[in-house]
Structures are given as C-alpha cells and as structure tokens.
Design a protein around this ligand. Structure first.
Ligand code: NAD
Length: 317
C-alpha cells in the first residue's frame, strides 16, 4: 500500500465539479497539496479562498491556484474543465465544444513533462478520455475516465434503498458508456453474494414484487437529466466518485471501480474507451475485468460500443 506523503493533485476546471471534488478531497485528507487551474481567474480565486477558510476543520493541506507547470510533479491531474450539460442536452452534444478545450489543456499538461495519472470527468466522458489518451500520447493505463463509477453508485444506492440494506453491501455494476446507452449488469448483481432471484425469496422487507429492475435502472439512467432540471448541474456525487478514484490511485488501494479506459479486446471491443470493472492503483488502471455477461447484456454493450465508435469516427483530434 502507498503512503499519502507529499501527494499532489492538480484539478483543471474550478467549476462546480472541480470545486466540489476539491472540497471532498480536503475532507478526505489523502492529498497534501491540491492545486486548481481555471481560465476564469475570479472564480478560481473565490473557490480557493472559500476552501482555505475551512482548513482549521480538516487535516492540514495546501490548497492554491496554480499554473500548468504544477502538473510537472503532480501525482494525479484531474480534468473537469469544459462546458456542462444544459437542460435537455445530451452528453454527446457537448463533444465539439469540449474537444476544442481539451486540445488546449492536454497540450499544456503534457508540455509540463508530467508522469501523473490523468483522470477525466468532463463529458461526454468516454470520448473525452479517448481524446485525452490520443492527445497526450500517454500509455492507456495512465488515462482514466470517471466512466460509470457514478452510475454504479446510483444503481447500488437505489437497490439498497429498495431492499433496505446498506449500499456498501450491494454489488452491482453499470458498464459501457456513461450515458444513454449504459448497461446495468443485472445477471451478476447481488446482495451478500446472493443473486436477486434467490434474495427476493428470503427477503424480509416483503415488497411482494421482486426487484423493480426497469424502474430502478430508469432512475439511474435519467438521474443526471432530473438533477440538471432541478438544480442546473450535478456535482456532489461525482465529486465523491472522483475522490474514490483519486484515493485508490494515490494510496495504491487496488479498488475495483467501473472506470472508463482503453479497451484492448475485452468483450470483443478495442480502440475505444468504455467502462468495465477495473483494478485501480498507483500506476492507474492495473487490470480490466471481463464479466460473464448474459447474451442480452453483451448485445447491449455492443450497441453502446457501436454508438461510441460512430462518434469517435467524427472526431478531429
Ligand atoms: P462548470 O461550468 O461549473 O465548470 C467548468 C469550468 O471549466 C469553469 O469554471 C470554466 O471556467 C472552466 N474552463 C472552461 N474552459 C477552460 C479551459 N480552457 N481551461 C481551464 N478551465 C476551463 O461545469 P461543471 O458543472 O463543473 O462540469 C464540468 C464538466 O464535468 C462538464 O463537462 C460536465 O458535463 C461534467 N460532469 C461529468 C460528470 C461525470 O459523471 N463524469 C458528472 C457531472 C458533470
């Protein structure tokens, strides 16, 4: 296991996601130095001041505004810069705007000579992870997208709420695209190792209708749209999801997370970034785990991949 000595993260984009992530990291305490970069200088300085004013309540850390030179000795560089979804807009609609921004940002990050792990949150996150991989020329294990880590968390929370068990005892994954074509892996989902066909038979909650899979997955898939309609943006849960990934990297935790990253033949797919459960540690993505999917899940994953490939084909990187 690694230590948290002198660990440094650079967050590019001090917007809602970047700042909430910084706040969550401050409380978590895994990084001793949190550097933030944003084109909007006034916003950046405001966020840094606000965060620093809470320092007496957390483990001591340095939180400051920085420059791309800070990436040189960073352990993790997190990309949250870019436009966010407007009500009714899909993540794919954001693509051309955010690709242009990334051409600028990733060029500056790599020019610093950094050996950091790059962690991408900007949407559409699978495509932006692929764009980052190509623009940086980094090895695939060092370019990670937050992928469906958040979606898997949403799924686990909703199952746990329905079945009245702690979310951490629900084992369920969403794989594929972080977006409309994402795939819930119901065939392997379980509580305490017991699949739902058996679990529902012994469950004491007595809902009398089994697990309402369509209802639950509908909520997962439409969560971002609903939150954006309600309050304009999503940032708390993604802030925590990014913290989980960054912590697994810096502490070499080998956590299994549904991050996005380059596929090299898993499930018959290659040359695209999508989420499958992956072991995440100090060197980035250490291993990708191919699940034993049902025929229907495999077909849905293929459909997700075809969609991503189509969009990738239109990219001018
Ligand atoms: P936001 O508008 O609050 O913040 C974006 C920030 O990026 C702004 O402060 C802006 O000034 C900055 N920025 C823009 N261009 C820049 C550049 N060239 N260099 C440096 N900074 C630049 O948006 P947000 O709500 O924080 O969302 C950020 C991104 O995260 C969006 O793409 C959003 O869709 C995505 N997101 C992803 C997930 C996920 O699960 N992966 C969840 C929520 C949001």
């Amino acid at each position: 296991m690694g230590s948290d000595r002198g660990s440094k993260v650079v967050i590019i984009g001090a917007g809602l996601v970047g700042s909430t992530f910084a706040y969550s990291l401050m409380i978590n305490g895994a990084f001793s130095e949190i550097v933030m970069i944003d084109v909007n200088r006034a916003r950046l300085e405001g966020e840094v001041m606000d965060l620093n004013h809470g320092m007496s309540f957390v483990r001591p850390a340095t939180v400051r505004a920085g420059t791309y030179e800070d990436c040189a000795d960073a352990d993790v560089v997190v990309l949250t810069a870019g436009a966010n979804q407007k009500p009714g807009e899909t993540r794919i609609d954001l693509l051309s705007r955010n690709t242009a921004i990334f051409r600028d940002i990733v060029g500056k990050v790599t020019a610093s000579g950094t050996e950091a792990i790059l962690l991408v949150a900007t949407n559409p996150v699978d495509i932006m992870t692929y764009v980052t991989l190509r623009l940086s020329g980094f090895p695939p294990e060092r370019v990670i997208g937050s992928g469906t880590v958040l979606d898997s968390s949403r799924l686990r929370y909703l199952i746990g709420r329905h079945c009245r068990v702690d979310t951490s005892n629900v084992h369920a994954y969403v794989i594929g695209e972080h977006g409309d074509s994402e795939v819930p892996v119901w065939s392997l989902a379980n509580i305490a190792g017991v699949r739902f066909t058996d679990y529902c038979a012994v469950c004491s909650v007595g809902c009398g209708r089994g697990l309402p899979k369509d209802e639950i997955f509908g909520e997962v898939k439409n969560a971002a749209y609903r939150i954006i309609e309600g309050k304009g943006a999503t940032y708390y849960a993604i802030g925590l999801a990014l913290t989980e990934i960054a912590e697994s990297i810096i502490r070499d935790e080998h956590s299994i997370l549904t991050v996005s990253g380059l596929l090299s033949g898993q499930h018959g797919l290659r040359d695209m970034c999508l989420s499958i459960p992956s072991v995440v540690g100090r060197k980035g993505i250490l291993m990708r785990i191919e699940l034993g999917l049902s025929t229907e899940e495999q077909a849905l994953l293929q459909r997700s991949a075809v969609l991503i490939k189509e969009i990738q084909g239109q990219l001018k990187i």
